[in-house]
Design a binder for this molecule. Sequence first.
Ligand code: UZR
Ligand code: MG
Length: 207
Amino acid sequence: MQQPLIIAISGASGSGKSLFTENLINAFSEQGRPVQILREDHYYRAQDHLAMEEREKNNYDHPNAFEHELLKAHLRALRNGEPIDYPNYCFKTHTRLPKTKRLQPAPVIILEGIMLLARPELLPLYDVKIFIDTPLDICLMRRMMRDIKERGRSIESVAKQYEATVKPMYHQFIEPSRFTADVVVTQGGKNQIALDVIKSHIQQALL
Ligand code: UZR
Ligand code: MG
């Protein structure tokens, strides 16, 4: 198999990264899915050694919250055509579940996460770098709805986290990482023209 094309999709929490990724993947669904998806979220560090209240106080919007070394090793393995066993992170317990998950190598690997472009040493591992550039107030609204529905949070806890870490860390790490991107996507995960442009780039690479 030729080397896979590795596409990194980044942007703020709630910017539409996951939706953009889903829409991109769906565009390939009829073609036997040559595309695999890997989320940076899975690489949040295990915190079994910490009490729940300690875990809740952690700063999850800092690059050091992720085990990027492991992500790097996994990207290298996928490049070599080897499967990986990635961690299964749980947002409710803020730690990893005991069982890992397997990802098979594929011609196209789409990576998605908030800090993917904020670590200079990760950048050479990507073939295409995409930044989803959505105004922060819109991100906050989406995140509020999602975290309450899907991640078992209260309005108060989302608001508190936003002020304490999400917003300051966005300005410190995520916003500057925008300038490392090859493509900046406005209007979020449903930007059809951006999806078409990336899709045709992938199709070219698959030829
Ligand atoms: P996405 N996050 C948690 O709230 N708890 C965890 O255990 C791990 C992560 C949040 C994190 C970040 N921050 O903003 C978001 N906070 O998950 C990233 N506060 O995930 O890109 O899917 O929104
Ligand atoms: Mg997401």
